[in-house]
Design a protein around this ligand. Structure first.
Ligand code: UT7
Length: 334
């Protein structure tokens, strides 16, 4: 006879309890990078909306950035580190194949009872993590989850590449997700299109670099226009599907927080969604650049800190990037 297995029992729902952010100290204005890529402050502002970005110090690691952001989120949540059941880290810039950044981050946070895992979902990493955290808490495999988006993209970008060097930057954002009576995280709308894997990729693999060398260490390369077209065409549809799945009208939103890929992509999505003018839109990219997995929690923290979006308000999130992958959901802000 097959033994009866006792199933896990989770909370009725989950929500974001708190958010924390870490922006590296060094501010890098466009003027500092334009000569190297034969560009101009004007071009970068007009084509991307970026005015300046933050770069981490040489000795500041992905783990350092993440710990700084997550410590703030933990403090704000009032949840003790030893109550955390899972630390999930969206990142594509941790420079070790193994062990994970998450295991080290959990240790540094004092999350001694937590499982830990890195998620490779590029600029959608944070929204993927949020969806998984929601299901873990409802499924009973963790009661409190720390979800982090962190990148030190300056380690993986070629400063001479005109297509990427002005856009990508460094930073970390984190949330603590915990149980709640009411749904605080709506159904996720997500997907992947690996047929477009070359749209954002590395110039070569680390193994190819080891075996064949090459002019430069592997760095990010992006077919900017291809990604731009996909984002504008497909991501507003995904965002609308997330609203529909949560049964929330765009009129009822208190914030729209898309991945900070490019200000023009954000503008196009706002138009395609016919977002009412009263809904505040995250435009953190102007001063933070594109921080991939970190961009959504960084922008969320900024909107709450400046009062642009209300605590407890309803926000539409969407992350999208290399893969190509995406994830969107409606959440209650912490
Ligand atoms: O976060 C992950 C997802 N990533 C994204 O969503 C990024 C999506 N893509 C983009 O944001 C945009 O494609 C970029 C901002 C990266 C580039 O903007 P673009 O409007 O697509 O530029 P383009 O590549 O079409 O180039 C337009 C012109 C070209 O000149 P011509 O051929 O029109 O004379 C380029 O040579 O701009 C020139 N150009 C530059 N000029 C000054 C390209 N890069 C630069 C530069 N500075 N850095």
């Amino acid at each position: 006879m097959t033994a009866a297995i006792k199933g896990s029992v989770g909370a009725p729902n989950a929500r974001i309890l708190s958010v924390g952010a870490y922006r590296p100290e060094r501010v890098v204005p466009n003027a500092e990078i334009v000569d190297r890529i034969n560009s101009s402050d004007e071009w970068i502002r007009e084509r991307s909306g970026i005015i300046e970005r933050r770069w981490a110090a040489a000795d500041e690691t992905v783990v350092d950035l993440a710990v700084n952001a997550a410590a703030i989120a933990l403090e704000r949540s009032g949840i003790a580190p030893d109550q955390i059941g899972m630390v999930m880290v969206g990142t594509v810039t941790h420079p070790y194949q193994t062990p994970s950044a998450a295991a080290e981050i959990a240790d540094r946070l004092g999350a001694v009872n937590a499982a830990a895992v890195d998620l490779s979902a590029a600029c959608a990493g944070f929204c993927y993590g949020l969806a998984l955290a929601n299901d873990m808490i409802k499924g009973g495999s963790a009661r409190y989850v720390v979800v982090i988006g962190v990148e030190k993209l300056t380690d993986w970008v070629n400063p001479d590449d005109r297509g990427t060097s002005f856009i990508f930057a460094d930073g970390a954002g984190a949330v603590v997700v915990g149980p709640s009576e009411e749904p605080g995280i709506g159904p996720v709308v997500w997907g992947a299109d690996g047929s477009q894997k070359n749209a954002i990729t590395m110039t070569q693999s680390l193994i190819d670099y080891r075996d064949n060398g090459g002019p430069i260490f592997p760095t990010l390369e992006m077919q900017g226009q291809q990604v731009f077209r996909w984002a504008v065409g497909e991501m507003s549809k995904a965002a609308q599907r997330a609203l529909d799945a949560a049964d929330v009208s765009s009129d009822d939103l208190d914030a729209f927080i898309p991945h900070q890929a490019n200000m023009r992509i954000t503008d196009a999505m706002v138009r395609a969604l016919k977002l009412p003018a009263h809904v505040p839109v995250a435009r953190d990219i102007a001063y933070t650049g594109n921080t991939s997995a970190a961009s959504v929690p960084l922008a969320m923290d900024h909107m709450l800190e400046t009062g642009e979006a209300p605590h407890g308000g309803t926000a539409l999130l969407i992350g999208f990037g290399a893969g190509l992958v995406y994830a969107a959901q409606v959440v209650t802000l912490p």
